[in-house]
Design a protein around this ligand. Structure first.
Ligand code: ATP
Ligand code: MG
Length: 445
């Protein structure tokens, strides 16, 4: 009623048609999601807001995932309450402000993101030179909020009280037909936020959907827009992609969509290096499997694998220029990470993890004397060994070396001593002999 009235008034005033159109209301008999399927803390947040007279829905990825029978990774709540009103409704809640204010509501060990419906983008919205939206702090109606979301399958609102899905853009039907369809005109939506190109590829791979041709076609041509996205945001998105449990598929699709060459140094490294391809693929398959088994994965380990062959190539070059092996490795590590940092803000903590894993690799070569025991005591030994195992599986180092270390790790006290290689006859011996020689020559100078 009210909406019709608004439409009529705005028509009479000669304004463009409001965004709102009647959504489909889909009952649980059709979609099958019962309120018990919703995590109790998300349900609590909706109930609390509704008791105070606000609208509140589970929205986005969680509804989509439940519809295809997947366990949602996290829950987002959308409401018509303002951030201040949301905060006031909960004992433990705080407003987080970035591009758009959201409220983090803590319930038990869970943190839920509550967002106020976003309004239509105003014509004078601040954008960068390429059309990327910089600020959008306008609140709006639920219909406007739906229109601002990226894909139709992401614009579904579930009300736990009535067990109804509110669907403005035929998202339920698209999901059934396995189509990832952009809301609105894809080119315009990519211009507003180029990260949507990466999201399209990731979500299609994760959900087993086909990107609608309308949305797939412009990607190749618009890919360069990703260069203007802040590195921290790209890092978040790449991390999501690589830890989605479908990294191999995502990366294959990125290549097909034309989203790699010259775009992100990381993608070039992953997709265009013949040398490390086997290693990288093994690492990604390994990660995918771990994610699917519900095991934890370490971003540092993952990035260390992706960039390792870059390090190897640089390391070799620097050694050839006359630098000693270990300092050369450290120079190579820094150069590789610096190149990545221009486009991808790898957090300091993760960069530290990456370096630890790389730096420990040469130490696996020493298998005599006290050194192997010292290495076992290293806090990063286990990650380093996993890395070595991958290197061996890809044929970069002898399998025998990795096997030896695995046996050494699990050997009982005395057994370890019998495993040690003799101090003579290997590189160590030669190095030891060389030392006094160079000391003599230094003294003679
Ligand atoms: P997942 O959590 O599985 O990675 P998701 O779709 O839930 O996928 P989130 O980043 O959690 O992704 O975003 C939650 C919701 O916010 C999305 O479902 C979508 O409706 C909206 N959204 C996220 N990013 C964008 C974007 N770049 N443009 C428009 N809407 C977006
Ligand atoms: Mg989500």
């Amino acid at each position: 009623m009210i909406r019709k009235f608004i439409t009529r008034v705005s028509k009479a005033l000669g304004r463009k048609k409001p965004l709102s159109h009647e959504p489909a209301l889909i009952a649980h008999q059709q979609h099958g999601i019962r309120r018990e399927h919703i995590h109790s803390s998300a349900r609590r947040v909706c109930e609390t807001l509704q008791e105070k007279g606000y609208k509140a829905f589970v929205v986005g990825g969680a509804v989509r995932d439940l519809l295809i029978g997947e366990d949602p990774k996290d829950y987002d709540i959308a409401t018509d309450a303002t951030p201040e009103q949301v905060r006031a409704a909960f004992r433990r809640a705080r407003i987080i402000g970035r591009r758009f204010q959201i409220v983090h509501v803590m319930i038990g060990a869970e943190t839920l993101e509550v967002t106020t419906f976003r309004g239509e983008l105003a014509h004078d919205t601040k954008k960068d030179a390429h059309g990327r939206v910089l600020h959008d702090n306008v609140f709006g109606s639920q219909a406007e909020d739906a229109a601002r979301r990226d894909f139709t399958v992401n614009a579904l609102y579930y009300d736990p009280a009535s067990e109804t899905i509110v669907d403005y853009h035929h998202g339920v039907a698209d999901l059934k037909q396995k189509t990832l369809r952009m809301i609105g005109e894809p080119r315009a939506r990519y211009r507003e936020d180029p990260v949507r190109m990466l999201r399209a590829v990731r979500l299609a791979a994760k959900l087993g959907l086909v990107i609608d041709p309308e949305a797939a076609k412009p990607i190749r041509e618009m890919a360069p827009l990703l260069e203007n996205v802040p590195p921290a945001r790209l890092f978040d998105e790449m991390l999501k992609l690589l830890t989605s449990g479908h990294a191999v598929k995502c990366l294959t699709q990125l290549r097909e969509a034309g989203l790699h060459h010259g775009l992100l140094p990381l993608l070039d490294v992953i997709l265009e290096q013949p040398l490390g391809e086997r290693f990288v693929m093994l690492a990604l398959e390994n990660t995918d499997q771990r994610v699917r088994d519900g095991k934890p994965i370490s971003p540092g380990f993952l990035f260390a694998t992706l960039l390792w062959h870059e390090v190897l190539a640089k390391w070799e070059r620097i050694k050839q220029d006359g630098e000693r092996a270990i300092p050369a490795l450290f120079i190579a590590m820094d150069e590789v990470l610096d190149t990545q940092a221009e486009k991808l803000a790898i957090t300091r903590r993760i960069a530290g993890d990456i370096k630890d894993i790389w730096a420990i690799q040469p130490r696996f070569e020493a298998r005599a004397g006290r050194k192997p025991y010292a290495l076992l005591e290293q806090p990063r030994f286990k990650a380093g060994l996993d890395f070595l195992l991958l290197r061996a599986a890809s044929g970069e180092v002898p399998k025998e070396l990795a096997d030896w270390w695995e046996r050494f790790l699990f050997a009982e006290g005395d057994e370890r001593a019998t495993m040690l290689l003799p101090e003579t006859g290997d590189k160590k011996k030669r190095r030891r002999r060389r030392k006094p020689a160079s000391a003599t020559s230094a003294a003679g100078e």
